[in-house]
Design a protein around this ligand. Structure first.
Ligand SMILES: O=C1O[C@H](COP(=O)(O)O)[C@@H](O)[C@H](O)[C@H]1O
Length: 241
């Protein structure tokens, strides 16, 4: 687990965009394609817009990039809360990404079926013993959730890679998420966390004693690859070391 702390949020975004194209180009050179699981929520939109900007758009062969989602809200794909819709507007449409390269969660099914179908989609795509994405992007919620691994939810106890539905009692909504064993198979895992609102969660996850029920992001660390946290100084403000 490594930390990359920048002064400002803009520098964090540039650092992660550089990392994205570096890992992408290495993956394409090594295996002919780059498989990435995108994050959702409030933090990554600016990253996707940056990747689609003239500074980065010509730095990757986008036809060889295959997009998946680390988690999804159980809403239609044209709903304002959809992670797919956000990525479509900020990344896929500006870069003219072929729909054939985008593997979204089919939220027309009931949550458990949508999760099962997404796991089948991923397993079929990788056609290997264990799917392992080249890069998994993640955020961190104020309550220390990542992807849709929320505090005190059954998915936290999964021991085999898979995709699960998660019921959020306080919000009365379902989400679909890659589980921690699947995320940890990723060759590279990158957290994008900026802003003072994240400082306490960053401290809990990185420096408190292990308590996965309270701080689910503690479950995440790439088994054979690299886990890198891209933070700005505001988000890192409560770190002691
Ligand atoms: O990894 C992720 O993290 C977020 C939390 O991000 P936030 O910036 O919205 O607090 C999560 O909700 C999102 O869906 C996920 O992909």
């Amino acid at each position: 687990m490594k930390l990359n702390i920048s002064n400002t949020a803009d520098e964090v975004l540039t650092g992660l965009a550089d990392y994205f194209v570096k890992i992408g180009n290495e993956s394409i050179t090594a295996r002919g394609k780059f498989t990435v699981a995108l994050s959702g929520g409030s933090s990554p939109k600016k990253l996707y817009e940056l990747l689609a900007s003239t500074s980065y758009a010509d730095q990757l062969d986008w036809e060889k990039v295959f997009f998946f989602f680390g988690d999804e809200r159980n809403v239609p794909q044209d709903h304002q809360d959809s992670n797919y819709l956000m990525a479509k507007k900020a990344l896929f449409e500006p870069l003219l990404i072929s729909p054939a390269n985008v593997y979204a969660v089919d939220t027309t099914f009931e949550p458990a079926e949508a999760a099962a179908k997404y796991w089948t989609l991923i397993s079929t795509f990788f056609d290997e013993d264990e799917p392992n994405f080249d890069l998994i992007l993640l955020g961190l919620g104020d309550n220390s959730h990542t992807a849709s691994l929320f505090p005190h939810t059954p998915v936290l106890h999964d021991t085999k890679p898979g995709v699960k539905e998660v019921w959020l009692e306080d919000q009365q909504v379902w989400r679909i998420t890659l589980n921690a064993p699947l995320i940890n198979e990723g060759r590279y895992i990158a957290f994008l966390v900026y802003g003072e609102g994240k400082a306490i969660a960053v401290h809990h996850v990185l420096e408190d004693d292990e308590d996965i029920e309270e701080y689910p992001a503690q479950l995440i660390d790439s088994i054979a690859g690299e886990t890198l946290w891209f933070l700005d100084e505001a988000a890192a403000a409560d770190l002691e070391e």
